[in-house]
Design a binder for this molecule. Structure first.
Ligand SMILES: Cc1ncc(COP(=O)(O)O)c(C=O)c1O
Length: 491
């Protein structure tokens, strides 16, 4: 019986123009990797099996596998086979690279410098669900019935204003609901006009960068930090200044490195290490921003989930008229595919940003925003968060117990606060955390390598492990697969 990838490659081999057999097979596999038919981390058939399925010699398959390995399209793991690499090699993105076939049968796409840079550094994973995907809430626990009832009610006879473009910063009902919610839950000070509804934090970062940064401007980011910011800064030619993180949060860079135009921080729960920014550090950052004329972008992505102690108030509310753009999301409290988030804009920026948002993205989804406003106002939102807080706290405790039992207390990062949707599992500094993550992914367990969150090579090693979306009864089995991957890396 032929395998699925065997079938695919047989068909692709037939599509190749006449050429030497090994070149045709190389092109068939490479094209399948590049167009995603053979996705990252998927296992290629064993050379013997593929040779049999395609009726070619095993040496032909081995030659092609070696070529793909040398070029970085595939990885070979002793004893477990050949896997498609997570990241496409640079050669594909370079306009000067030559494909193996001289016939040029595929149209080569000339991307802009910006487009090529974006793809070269692309890191979003195609896999978004399963143990231990970091940062994803338990989407099954969302109260779909309640929400769809509200949506049905609102959609019965919608006013035309809810069916046209949004250029007032989003649904007024949601802006009002958020003002109340953010004041109580996050100590954020604002009025409804300051709220701009976005399609998530990621879009807010894009908007901030385009509106505030010129090429060559400095932007401070946390090191390690949220990788999604880096690509946006890169394609806008902003000078990225990584600032170290310690137990009190971001350590501001030396001022002689040049004043920052924007400072991206996660003060309530540093991403990904988990430290909380101290009051002294917050005050220093605010003073520095006022002095240098910088804008602080406070990414408050998952602060609703603290499992012990007091909630940490937002930096935005610490001082009146602080130079802080506060950005939040429903991706962690509800579900990521909702694609809804919000910005709380300082007054001097609010009109300009709303116009720019409408120009760039043409906002919409006003019915769903109005439904969400009712969902918040009727108390379902805070009730859901309360339920999820209890659920995730239990799951976190279960995972930390597993880690302590099998790897010892030192495997838990010292910055891990009892909060959020993920934790960091420490690994010794000579470990290849990327290889562990990709071996685990090939076996269906999703973790992310901590070293990937650093821009500079002096990276700590570890794994980001999400616990929020993993029921306790699935954790032990997934964890034992991960342990095998960790131990086989060590040996
Ligand atoms: C620190 C941080 N900021 C922002 C985001 C993106 O949020 P959104 O889904 O609202 O774009 C994420 C997503 O994982 C994140 O971890």
């Amino acid at each position: 019986m032929r395998s699925l990838s065997g079938d695919l490659l047989l068909q692709r081999l037939g599509d190749q123009p006449a050429d030497k057999l090994h070149k045709r097979l190389y092109n068939a596999i490479r094209t399948s990797i590049l167009d995603g038919s053979l996705p990252p981390s998927s296992r290629l058939p064993a050379s013997r099996d593929l040779a049999q399925e395609l009726s070619v010699s095993r040496n032909t398959v081995l030659t092609v596998y070696e070529q793909l390995l040398a070029e970085g399209y595939v990885l070979s793991r002793q004893g477990s086979g050949t896997f498609v690499a997570e990241t496409v090699p640079d050669s594909y993105l370079s306009t000067t690279s030559q494909p193996m076939s001289e016939r040029g049968e595929q149209r080569r796409v000339e991307l802009s410098k910006r487009g090529a840079t974006l793809l070269h550094h692309a890191s979003a994973s195609p896999k978004q669900w399963g143990a231990f995907i970091p940062g994803v809430p338990d989407v099954n626990a969302f109260p779909h019935q309640i929400f769809s009832k509200i949506q049905a009610r609102i959609s019965r006879r919608p006013a035309p204003q809810r069916l046209t473009y949004s250029n007032q910063g989003g649904s007024p009902e949601l802006q009002h609901a958020l003002v109340d919610y953010l004041r109580v839950a996050r100590s954020v000070r604002c009025s409804p006009e300051q709220i701009l509804i976005t399609e998530g934090i990621h879009q807010a970062i894009d908007l901030v960068t385009r509106m505030l940064c010129n090429p060559g401007d400095n932007a401070w980011i946390e090191e390690p930090g949220y990788w999604g910011i880096r690509n946006i800064l890169r394609i806008n030619d902003v000078n990225i200044c990584p600032c170290e993180v310690d137990e009190a949060g971001m350590v501001p860079a030396e001022q002689n490195a040049g004043a920052p135009r924007v400072i991206f921080v996660t003060p309530s729960h540093q991403y990904p290490l988990g430290s909380v920014m101290s009051l002294a550090r917050r005050q220093r950052l605010l003073a520095l921003a006022r002095h240098a004329g910088s804008w602080i972008v406070e990414d408050d992505y998952d602060s609703e989930f603290r499992f012990s102690g007091q909630p940490i108030p937002a930096l935005q509310g610490l001082e009146a008229d602080a130079p802080v753009i506060y950005i939040g999301t429903f991706s962690k409290t509800l579900y990521p595919a909702l694609r809804l988030g919000y910005m709380v804009l300082p007054k001097p920026l609010m009109n300009e940003f709303k116009i720019a948002h409408a120009e760039l993205y043409r906002g919409g989804h006003l019915l769903i925003q109005a439904a969400l406003a009712q969902f918040i106002q009727e108390g379902h939102y805070t009730a859901h968060i309360r339920r999820m807080r209890l659920l995730y706290a239990k799951r976190r405790a279960f995972l930390t117990a597993l880690i302590e039992q099998h790897l010892g207390k030192q495997a838990l990062s010292e910055f891990n606060s009892n909060a959020g949707l993920h934790l960091i599992l420490n690994l010794p500094n000579d470990t290849d955390d990327v290889a562990i993550a990709s071996a685990a992914s090939a076996r269906g367990v999703l973790v992310r390598a901590l070293s990937r969150y650093y821009m500079q090579p002096s990276a700590r090693r570890g794994l980001l492990m999400g616990f929020a979306c993993v029921p306790e009864e699935q954790m032990a089995a997934a964890f034992s697969v991960l342990l095998e991957c960790i131990h086989s890396q060590k040996s």
